[in-house]
Design a protein around this ligand. Structure first.
Ligand code: ZN
Length: 273
């Protein structure tokens, strides 16, 4: 995994300013019966990601019950056109996992969390920008929503902004390190199970944002296409076609409807194609 690219850093900043990337509210998005999470398996980000999820749930008074599907690329894998592992139908497999996790017969999970991150080695492997990652996540959200109309669905972006000088200085502060050791001794003495949460100080600035996917689509039509449209061979979300007077003039005349064909029958035919 490399450092955050200048493009992806700019994308994150612009989308923050545009209201597409939002703070992950503590009392939202964590469900009352656990979270089915699809995230990248990146070991350099896993601890921060999982600890953040647990803290978010517990501070919001929700159970931290992470039912996790971790594969290279994370939530965008639920978009069949992501270009990642298409030969394995990973999108289909993950859909099945979500259905099962949310089934009352299995876990009854009531929140789906689809997460991507940057910098992501899987995205870099296929030359995918953060903009393309988000588009695949938008498609993934659509597909999960289609099978999951009752439960909450949250799209998130985890950004590792890299090492931070102030955080490095704090991480080697002897007073802080000895305080952590003292707390660890107390926790061990009482056999508290969440000892693992007492981790060494992080030296990277990392953030997890909620992605407002509808705001992203609106942003694309307003500004995004103009700024980042040249990243794509084909527009990932072409502008809606408007029927104009001149368009109507060139439409072919309507064909006569054969006798015995009802409007319902025609709809059924359309549905089968
Ligand atoms: Zn990754």
């Amino acid at each position: 995994m490399g450092d955050l690219s200048n493009l992806d850093r700019t994308v994150a900043r612009v989308l923050r300013e545009a209201g597409v990337l939002l703070d992950l509210e503590l009392d939202a998005a964590m469900g009352s019966n656990g979270q089915a999470v699809c995230m990248c398996s990146d070991g350099d980000q896993m601890v921060d990601h999982v600890v953040h999820q647990i803290r978010t749930a517990s501070r919001g008074g929700k159970p931290a019950r992470l039912h996790t599907f971790a594969l290279h690329g994370g939530g965008m894998l639920l978009s069949p056109g992501s270009g990642l592992y298409d030969e394995h139908d990973v999108a289909g497999l993950l859909h099945t996992h979500f259905v099962q996790a949310e089934s009352p017969d299995l876990k009854g999970i009531d929140t789906a969390v689809l997460s991507i991150h940057t910098p992501c080695g899987a995205a870099a492997m296929v030359g995918m920008s953060l903009v393309a990652q988000i588009w695949h996540l938008v498609e993934a959200v659509r597909r999960v929503q289609a099978i999951d109309t009752n439960n909450e669905l949250v799209a998130t972006l985890h950004v590792d902004y890299g090492q931070d000088e102030a955080m490095i200085a704090r991480a080697i502060d002897p007073d802080l390190l000895s305080a952590i050791d003292a707390i660890a001794d107390i926790i061990d003495a009482y056999s508290v199970q969440d000892r693992f949460l007492l981790l060494p100080p992080d030296t990277h600035r990392r953030r997890t944002y909620r992605i407002d996917t509808e705001a992203f689509v609106a942003f694309w039509h307003k500004d995004g296409r103009e700024i980042w449209g040249d990243l794509f061979d084909k527009d990932p979300c072409p502008p809606p076609r408007r029927v104009t007077h001149s368009t109507l003039e060139v439409l072919p005349p309507a064909r006569p409807v054969p006798m015995g064909t009802t409007s319902q029958g025609r709809q059924a035919d359309d549905g089968r194609r």
